[in-house]
Design a protein around this ligand. Structure first.
Ligand code: AHR
Length: 502
């Protein structure tokens, strides 16, 4: 079959804010310990960080990293994670039924962020703690005036403030699993008070209030409305979280996960705008999509919970999903969806980064490798520059159980007016058919295909594993050509493609 697309710089959605290429590191499983930090590892640097992982994170291209949780943060005392390492307490981590050694804390993580060239996005504990502890952390982290807390920071080796610009006011406070889970009213009040307090110290930071932990939460929509009624004037962004997996083996619907994310974003935007309209406010609240990924959560529910209630392991293997080709195609489509909402999605964080539902895997003492999902992230982060463009699509459709009739092609384009460079990102959701795509690029005036990458495989379940870490990668799409002002390309079944044009 065929599809006909039109790309035109006049169909601008909005400027791409680089923070949408963010990641997320939680103290969870082997994310920190034997993930990014492993002092005995052959590639470990002087601080104990794995250089092989640092290199991969840099290649991935993550602008910001949300830290230190996640569910973990709702039981976290930040003070445990600073000061001499050998004096730091070991604590129970109730969220993941583990022991946290606090060997890596704020200073160490900030130093690692410099190595990977990424910015800290800090999450505050608003589950079991309150305004004062948030203020203390903020002062310790961001203030330059001399106080007891900033003296402590200096004594711990850091004279200058860390200068954290983005702050999450808690994590998933709508979730009954969350330590300190609150009602929308209770959370809205404490979020507003905390935001006002932080702004008394520094009005220039970006504050993210918790939206729903998923569009399937029973309070979805109402939670956003109530929380924003309390906090609209105090915050900048509201969070969305979404994880996708095939349900009952229904791959057709799984391939259309982007449709769900699309509707999720639209609903939160409308809800936020409704609250703004009622208040007569000209301010707009944008979205921080600060957890998104494919996650085989059903597997975690059934197999991976720590079974022995007496066991509080250090860095157990948790949530170590190994991703396939089809997972990476869905993943690439989620990135397309985020870009298509560049006007209102100001920030996003791939959850997570290393070992834990991650694009990068490590073996203790052994190799680090790229999962299938690594490729769409690194390529999109590198090529999607400037302005996101809506693509006009005339493409065949298919029927899905969960989302009805869905386009077989999903796509977005980007154009950088300064460099004149453009990129087109495409997904073919068909499990059986290749699609010949003709993209009218006349308005771009493109004369050259700079790069083309397609992720596809005869076995859509192929994965990169410890035994075979380079089984799946992207390939140049040799069918791509420019002809009479049009880009022509063949998209194999279940594939993700990126094409860079100049
Ligand atoms: O990313 C894994 C978990 O998913 C996070 O800790 C939590 O915020 C979400 O439920």
């Amino acid at each position: 079959s065929h599809a006909y697309l039109t790309v035109d710089p006049r169909f601008a959605i909005g400027p791409i804010r680089r923070n949408i290429f963010g990641g997320f590191v939680e103290h969870l499983g082997r994310h920190i310990y034997s993930g990014i930090f492993e002092p005995g590892h052959p590639t470990a640097d002087a601080e104990g960080f794995r250089q092989d992982v640092i290199d991969l994170v840099r290649e991935l291209g993550v602008e910001t990293i949300r830290y230190p949780g996640g569910n973990f943060v709702s039981g976290f005392r930040w003070e445990d994670s600073v000061g001499p390492v050998d004096e730091r307490p070991r604590r129970l981590d109730l969220a993941w039924h583990s022991t946290e050694t606090n060997e890596v804390g704020l200073h160490e993580f900030a130093s690692w962020l410099e190595k990977v060239d990424s910015e800290l996005m800090m999450a505050i504990n608003l589950g079991t703690r309150g305004v004062l502890e948030a203020l203390d952390l903020f002062e310790y982290t961001n203030v330059s005036a001399q106080t007891a807390l900033t003296d402590q920071r200096a004594a711990n080796g850091r004279q200058d403030p860390f200068g954290v610009k983005m702050w999450c006011l808690g994590n998933e406070m709508d979730g009954p699993w969350q330590l300190g889970h609150r009602s929308a009213d209770d959370y809205g009040k404490i979020a507003s008070q905390t935001a006002k307090a932080l702004r008394q110290v520094d009005n220039g930071v970006t504050l993210v209030v918790c939206g729903s932990s998923g569009a399937d939460m029973p309070t979805f929509g109402e939670w956003e409305r109530v929380v924003l009624q309390h906090s609209y004037d105090d915050v900048d962004l509201i969070s969305c979280h979404a994880y996708y997996e095939p349900k009952s083996g229904d791959l057709d619907s799984f391939l259309a996960s982007g449709v769900d994310m699309d509707g999720f974003i639209d609903t939160v935007v409308k809800t936020a705008d409704h609250v703004g309209a009622v208040r007569g406010s000209s301010k707009k609240i944008d979205i921080s999509f600060d957890e998104w990924n494919v996650w085989y959560q059903s597997r975690f529910e059934n197999e991976e919970r720590i079974q022995d209630p007496e066991a509080w392991p250090i860095a157990p293997r948790l949530l170590e999903d190994i991703y396939s080709v089809i997972d990476a195609v869905v993943f690439g489509d989620l990135m397309i969806t985020l870009l298509r909402h560049a006007d209102r999605v100001a920030s996003a964080s791939l959850a997570q980064l290393v070992n834990v539902i991650a694009p990068i895997m490590t073996e203790p003492g052994g190799i680090a490798w790229r999962q299938t999902t690594f490729f769409p992230f690194s390529i999109t982060s590198r090529l999607a520059r400037g302005t996101a463009l809506e693509v006009k699509v005339d493409a065949p459709t298919y029927e899905t159980k969960r989302f009805g009739t869905v386009s077989l092609i999903d796509t977005v384009a980007t154009h950088d007016a300064e460099t004149g460079e453009s990129a087109v990102f495409l997904v073919n959701r068909s499990q059986t058919e290749s699609i010949e795509v003709t993209v009218d690029t006349t308005a771009l005036g493109a004369t050259e295909i700079r790069e083309s990458h397609t992720l596809a495989d005869n076995d859509i379940h192929a994965k990169n594993t410890l035994e075979d870490p380079e089984r799946v990668t992207t390939h140049e799409n040799v069918s791509a050509r420019l002809e009479d002002g049009a880009l022509k390309v063949t998209l194999p079944p279940v594939s993700w493609t990126a094409i860079a044009l100049s």
